[in-house]
Design a protein around this ligand. Structure first.
Ligand SMILES: [Zn+2]
Length: 376
């Protein structure tokens, strides 16, 4: 077994389930044991280790390879350390047919192993860069509210490029959608079920709202097109209203997930929805269900560092992704961010998560070469 596979196997065997996905009262050490394991390894390689406090008991991990001279450029290698919940058996990694199975294998401990191993290799051979600082940034809480990347975006050192670890099948992703989670609520007037004409049904208002959003509004979304991302979408995932058959319901709400394209903001999208509903006499209230911005990502592939990475990875073009990532908060702080990593998002969060070990090795090699050549 090669060194990077061994590292991945060790990482998968350390559970780091995001406690926020386990319920309000569940306490676990979360990402800490993974961060501890990597810290020990980093120190062995003479790398500088520091931590950034984010949530109670949960900290980002920063492992730095400092340049020999003054820092003029900075590159972040930023995978996340948390994983989604799984059976105990998924924390016992197994290898067969060139795949490593286990929770987090592709999302995103494969990226941790690849990036971290590449960095250690460079540190080991004393290939100090002159003016480029490399920071391995192990993030917490990606799977819930991305608190780790949001905290780094607020307080962390600025950087010239962030390679965010997600399973992209070794493709380079420069754009992904954003999303808004809103609750829309309408208010009617309660009355006895025997005299419904004395009330005003909130359920009926909401039924009309749902119909308009999923037909007229949905059709209008298809007219917006992004070359890498296609059209924005809307999903109505929850509807709640009324209490009893014999009471005219006075409130009804829906929870919507509106996936956005770059450039769409909370205000523009909210106005767009209200404008569609207004001619029908509907004016729901909006409530943000998360309280954190989740904007779309769009990084210019023509940036010199992105071009250089594309060259090393032998990719002529970059792609878009449907899923939301830590790249968005980093990019919102002015750090150009791309996604690159081994494994396929199709296996993420499944009961049979796995990663292709050939891809793991290739990603390690690409990241290592990119870092080695970044100043040449
Ligand atoms: Zn995930």
């Amino acid at each position: 077994m090669n060194a990077v596979t061994r590292l991945l196997r060790d990482l998968v065997a350390i559970p780091s389930v995001n406690p926020r996905l386990l319920g309000p009262d569940v306490e676990t050490p979360a990402e800490e044991p993974v961060a501890e394991y990597l810290s020990v390894l980093a120190k062995k390689h003479g790398l500088d280790v520091s931590r950034q406090a984010v949530l109670p008991g949960r900290r980002n991990l920063l492992v730095r390879l400092k340049p020999s001279g003054k820092v003029k450029k900075r590159i972040l290698l930023a995978p996340h350390m948390d994983v989604v919940p799984a059976d105990d058996s998924q924390f016992k990694p197994s290898i067969s047919n060139g795949r490593l199975y286990g929770r987090g294998a592709c999302d995103t401990k494969g990226c941790i192993a690849a990036y971290f191993h590449a960095l250690c290799q460079i540190a080991k051979y004393k290939q100090r860069l002159q003016h480029t600082e490399i920071i391995f940034l192990g993030l917490i809480d990606e799977e819930h509210l991305q608190s780790g990347s949001r905290a780094y975006a607020r307080n962390g050192p600025k950087a010239d490029l962030a390679i965010v670890g997600e399973p992209t099948r070794l493709q380079i992703i420069t754009a992904h959608k954003g999303d808004f989670w809103w609750q829309l609520k309408v208010v009617g007037k309660a009355a006895h079920g025997a005299t419904p004409h004395l009330g005003k049904s909130a359920v009926h208002q909401m039924a009309r709202t749902v119909e308009i959003l999923l037909t007229e509004y949905n059709d209008s979304l298809k007219e917006k097109q992004h070359p890498l991302l296609g059209s924005p979408t809307i999903n109505i995932g929850v509807i709640q209203g009324g209490t009893q058959p014999n009471i005219v319901p006075d409130t009804c709400s829906i929870d919507i997930d509106r996936r956005t394209l770059p450039g769409e903001t909370e205000n523009t999208v909210r106005k767009e929805i209200l404008d569609v509903l207004k001619p029908h006499g509907l004016k729901p209230d909006f409530l943000d269900l998360r309280g954190v911005p989740c904007d779309a990502l769009e990084t210019n592939p023509a940036l010199p560092l992105v071009q250089r990475f594309m060259k090393v990875a032998r990719r002529r073009r970059t792609l878009g992704a449907d899923f939301f990532t830590d790249a968005s908060p980093l990019a919102s702080a002015g750090i150009p961010a791309i996604l690159y990593g081994p494994g396929d998002i199709a296996q993420a969060h499944t009961s049979e998560e796995w990663i292709d070990l050939t891809q793991l090795e290739q990603a390690t090699e690409v990241v290592k070469r990119f870092l080695q050549e970044v100043e040449s």
